[in-house]
Write a protein that binds this ligand. Structure first.
Ligand code: NCD
Length: 306
């Protein structure tokens, strides 16, 4: 069903299509050896115009673990972008060499534009402060592994909800499910963009926008922490003023339930103290590992491999 498609935005796939990906990801986790030749003879390109650790490495490891190969760059200045080549020409060239491509770009909408020039499946690995749908796959797989399914739960989102693309994609995805509630914790200046608020309102999802974390901790099934996105600020002073507004530490964890899980797309800066890492509710590194499995499933589905 997903063969040949691109994943640019969470709205590109319907619930059944996402279900196919998650079911396959769970199967891969149970029995990874079974899939170690699934992508033999296939090549993935990773085109990263912005820094990345987890997203790029997990895509590359995913392809290698499926028996495929990858080519790419992690630094656009090593490609012809440095000579002034436009993205459309680059992607049309890459299409000649590979079966599927992943692209991260600082400009919102760039992967969408690129997808219009090629017929291979293209995956958006983050476009500016806009969307990051494969982080959502990672987040949802983690939620399913911890709690079975995403419905009838209260989700807290904390930090930079304005520029944080992972929360935009996650909220867009979760808004299609029953019984979800959102508590959005951020400084006034870093609130969710209006188009996301509109999606939530249209689906009649209960939500609150608040500026304190402690009073809400005991309501949450998941607390999704995010980094203040320094690279998206117009001036450094605003970043410095806002960067440490929310820090989750052992003290604050005392307000949470025994099964309030802490997620974070990573990288972390100061927003979660290192002392929280040993708490069994801290699940951000498990989340990073799930990212590889779910990307294995995504690659297989987009290539039409059974
Ligand atoms: C996120 C991103 O790139 O948006 N990182 C990731 O892909 N895991 C989050 C961030 O950079 O803060």
């Amino acid at each position: 069903m997903l063969k040949g498609r691109s994943l640019i935005d969470p709205s590109d796939f319907n619930r059944d299509e996402f279900r196919e990906i998650f079911d396959l990801a769970h199967e891969i986790i149970e029995n990874p050896e079974k899939f170690n030749k699934s992508c033999e003879g296939k090549i993935l390109a990773t085109l990263f115009y912005e820094p990345s650790t987890r997203t790029r490495f997990s895509f590359e490891a995913a392809m290698l673990r499926l028996g495929g190969k990858f080519i790419g760059f992690s630094e656009p200045n090593s490609s012809s972008a440095a000579k002034g080549e436009n993205l459309a020409d680059t992607i049309r060239t890459i299409e000649c060499y590979v079966d599927i491509a992943v692209i991260r770009h600082p400009k919102e909408g760039a992967p969408n534009v690129a997808s219009q020039y090629v017929s291979i499946p293209l995956i958006n690995a983050g476009d500016g402060g806009h969307q990051h749908p494969t982080q959502t796959l990672t987040d949802i797989l983690t939620i399913e592994r911890l709690r079975g399914d995403v419905e009838n739960k209260t989700y807290g989102f904390c930090g930079d909800l304005k520029f944080g693309r992972t929360v935009h994609s996650l909220i867009k995805f979760l808004s299609n499910y029953e019984g979800v509630k959102f508590i959005m914790i951020s400084p006034e200046e870093l609130r969710m963009p209006e188009y996301i608020r509109e999606i939530i309102k249209k689906k009649n999802i209960p939500f609150e926008e608040v500026e304190k974390m402690e009073p809400y901790m005991s309501d949450l099934d998941f607390l999704y922490m995010t980094r203040v996105q320094r690279e998206r600020f117009f001036n450094e002073e605003d970043y410095i003023r806002l960067k440490d507004r929310f820090i989750l530490d052992k003290d604050k964890m005392r307000y949470a339930k025994k099964d309030t899980y802490i997620l974070h797309p990573l990288p972390r800066v100061n927003e979660i103290s290192l002392e929280v890492d040993n708490d069994p509710r801290a699940q951000y590194f498990a989340q990073a590992k799930n990212g590889m499995y779910v990307r294995m499933a995504l690659i297989m589905k987009l290539l039409g491999i059974k």
